[in-house]
Design a protein around this ligand. Structure first.
Ligand SMILES: [Zn+2]
Length: 323
């Protein structure tokens, strides 16, 4: 980075946010808890399974904010995945309850220092902006009062038996070459295909769907799709980074579809902690890439009208599995 950027105001603040959040995530991992796998469906988790959402805009939070907000929901036993800023609560006719403490989320922004603008003017070059993180404070919907009733209402979970065909239709809709067979699940970047053992090989049937979403997450990184670096050889840093992305992406996809996420590679946790200790931005990058992967995958989610297609997809997968 150029010399004149060194003392730019946001950089010291930026470092501390990265460090704060990374240290929290390392502490969780060391305590045997994985931030993208929360105890959904237990007494400890009062909120329904799902991605955190801004209750005013209905937009899902993404990247590291999902991990931050899931952590807060579990830590404080909040019953909702809906979040609002102080002003948003007011604009909806309600308010944050007195004495409630907010949760800090972050947004990537860019800042162009005055001296850089001056330099650019003098040299005729484009001014270089410095990326930094902006903090925002949000409150869980349950920390607010006088909110519109429809906002507080919780959508019922998807009926049993409807999740699996939806995942299978989704896999088909991505167009990824998805093969069933063998006794190992993997993605081959050079040949661009996924292979997953037949459903019968899984002790818990839903683990087939979790595994499929993990491998589809890898496939989302192919150069014809999101173009991630998939060249890392086993045990290398790029390898562990891509595995971290696939773990988080499949957790986001699972949560969005009503499947409780699990960890596929708990034996990689040590390597992830080491990488995060060396570089406090790595989990931010992994979570951001994971959100992009999950968004790409979920964009193929069939709407409820396509349930016929979903049933067809299920039949075709069962048929191939039997072969
Ligand atoms: Zn993997």
């Amino acid at each position: 980075m150029a010399k004149h950027h060194r003392n730019a105001r946001p950089s010291s603040k930026r470092t501390s946010i990265y460090d704060d959040i990374t240290n929290k995530i390392i502490a969780e991992l060391e305590a045997g808890r994985v931030p993208w796998v929360q105890p959904w469906g237990t007494a400890a988790a009062k909120a329904p399974l799902g991605l955190p959402q801004n209750a005013a805009t209905s937009r899902n939070y993404s990247g590291i904010n999902v991990l931050i907000l899931w952590g807060a929901v579990i830590q404080h036993g909040f019953p909702s995945q809906g979040w609002l800023t102080f002003r948003q609560a007011l604009s909806l006719g309600g308010n944050v309850r007195k004495g409630e403490r907010g949760t800090t989320v972050v947004y990537a922004d860019r800042f162009t220092p005055e001296d850089e603008k001056k330099r650019a003017r003098e040299t005729g070059e484009e001014p270089q902006a410095i990326p930094f993180l902006k903090r925002f404070t949000v409150f869980n919907l349950s920390q607010c009062e006088n909110m519109p009733e429809e906002m507080v209402a919780v959508a019922p979970p998807p009926p049993p038996g409807q999740i699996e065909p939806k995942v299978e239709a989704l896999i088909k809709a991505t167009g990824i070459d998805f093969r069933i067979g063998g006794n190992k699940a993997f993605y081959v970047p050079s040949l661009d295909y996924v292979q997953v053992p037949p459903p019968a090989a899984f002790f818990e049937p839903i683990n087939w769907h979790r595994t499929a979403l993990h491998e589809i997450s890898h496939a989302s990184g192919h150069h014809s799709r999101l173009n991630r670096d998939l060249t890392g050889s086993f045990g290398s840093k790029p390898y562990f980074f891509e595995e971290c992305i696939a773990e988080i992406s499949s957790a986001f996809c699972c949560a969005a579809m009503g499947i409780v996420p699990t960890v596929r590679h708990s034996d990689y946790i040590g390597a992830w902690i080491d990488t995060m200790r060396e570089d406090s931005r790595v989990i931010f990058r992994a979570a951001s890439q994971a959100s992009k992967a999950a968004d790409w995958i979920l964009s193929f989610l069939p709407d409820d009208q396509s349930s016929v297609d979903a049933i067809e997809a299920k039949t075709s997968i069962d048929r191939r599995a039997a072969a």
